[in-house]
Write a protein that binds this ligand. Structure first.
Ligand SMILES: [Zn+2]
Length: 125
């Protein structure tokens, strides 16, 4: 009887784990990287504008599957607005929600120094 109980508990945990994997939470810990508007960071896209069409400004971030204008709160950094898009392999797409934000900086050095961080992100609805 006790063994059956343990087996039940284990299979329940497995099911919960599988459901969790099938419906990943959009919020939680994200990978945060940084870039600036220079040609090293943006290549041919370095025209001083985000993909949204707005002029670049500090406070804009790139995310491929949140609509332009969506506000996200990055833990320890502040509130940012989705203005840009990035490579699908890094940032996913509408059908592949990769938790990765690219934060815009005015200076290439600052962006480089920021590096690669992991922080919790809250999407403001
Ligand atoms: Zn740069």
């Amino acid at each position: 009887m006790k063994l059956l109980f343990v087996v039940c508990m284990v299979s329940m945990l497995l099911v919960v784990g599988m459901v969790g994997a099938a419906f990943p939470q959009e919020e939680g810990v994200w990978r945060i990287t940084a870039y600036c508007g220079c040609s090293k960071c943006c290549g041919k896209w370095s025209d001083g504008h985000f993909a949204s069409g707005r002029k670049v400004y500090v406070g804009g971030v790139a995310c491929n599957w949140l609509p332009f204008g969506t506000k996200v709160i990055i833990d320890g950094l502040g509130t940012y607005t989705v203005e840009d898009r990035g490579a699908k392999s890094y940032f996913g797409s509408k059908s592949n929600h990769i938790k990765h934000l690219d934060v815009y900086f005015d200076s290439h050095e600052d962006a480089k120094q920021f590096g690669n961080q992991y922080r919790s992100v809250e999407i403001v609805k």
